[in-house]
Design a protein around this ligand. Structure first.
Ligand SMILES: C[S@@+](CC[C@H](N)C(=O)[O-])C[C@H]1O[C@@H](n2cnc3c(N)ncnc32)[C@H](O)[C@@H]1O
Length: 243
């Protein structure tokens, strides 16, 4: 029996301090795979490169298919399983008539987690917006449920015309700065906002961006905010029912 400890690439460097400012350590994300045969060096190299390893740890089928698409598209910025699982749990909580928005579809991994969370429900709607038209088309062609759609375009420009939402997964760089006001405005009372990729503040510019985002979220009286120190770090904010 051989065990392979699989550190996901986006964890690398995520625990260092940025710009001399102290910051909380983030728990490393690791997956341990167990094999009943010895691994050759070639096997090890393939595993290190392969997204199949993530698919092998029991993610839902739709997510495994999305991870395969990610691999084929050569896309490297999909959400980690911890983020995806939280997203699925939050999606499952939206009320009947609920609406969910994702900005930045990527290869559709986050969207697959949301779809998994909604399961067999048909009383909710999911909209994902992606700037890259080819990427959007690829996810759209993957066979989404009728209540899920992918819109190609710039979320910063489009979001104001899309109505309000019970859950927003804001997963584009712009959503963390220039687009943040519109994202918060799009939250329904009791609506939740999830933002990830806030742990890697090793570059001064990234550090400033994340610090500013934290101040804006925590300083917004309409929001109740939790900072989650797992995976790539997340902010989870709920819009108060009374502003
Ligand atoms: C981190 S990836 C998204 C990963 C995906 N949400 C997931 O959970 O797997 C960011 C994506 O946002 C897209 N993007 C960047 N700026 C955007 C914008 N202004 N509007 C819409 N999509 C944008 C990028 O093309 C990229 O595919």
């Amino acid at each position: 029996m051989t065990q392979f400890d699989f550190p996901r690439s986006r964890d690398e460097g995520a625990h260092e301090e940025g710009s001399g400012h102290p910051r909380k350590a983030v728990r490393p994300s690791r997956v341990t795979l167990t094999f009943d045969h010895p691994l050759t060096p070639a096997d090890m190299e393939r595993l290190q490169r392969s997204t199949d390893a993530r698919a092998a740890v029991g993610v839902p089928l739709g997510v495994a298919l999305a991870l395969d698409r990610e691999h084929r598209l050569g896309f490297t910025k999909s959400s980690d399983p911890e983020v995806g699982a939280l997203l699925a749990a939050l999606a499952a909580s939206v009320p009947a008539g609920g609406r969910i928005l994702e900005t930045g579809t990527g290869a559709g991994v986050g969207l697959a987690w949301i779809v998994h969370g909604l399961g067999s429900r048909t009383d909710a709607e999911v909209l994902s917006v992606e700037l890259d038209a080819a990427r959007a088309a690829s996810v759209r062609a993957s066979g989404l449920p009728p209540w899920a759609s992918v819109l190609a375009g710039d979320a910063v420009e489009l979001i104001g015309a899309q109505g309000t939402f019970d859950l927003v997964f804001a997963d584009t760089p712009a959503a963390k700065d220039v687009g943040l006001a519109d994202v918060v405005a799009a939250l329904r009372p009791g609506g939740m906002l999830l933002i990830d990729d806030i742990a890697d503040a090793t570059h001064p510019a990234t550090y400033t961006r994340i610090t500013t985002l934290r101040e804006r979220l925590l300083g917004d009286p309409r929001l109740v905010v939790a900072e989650l120190a797992c995976a790539t770090g997340m902010f989870l904010a709920t819009r108060r029912r009374t502003d």
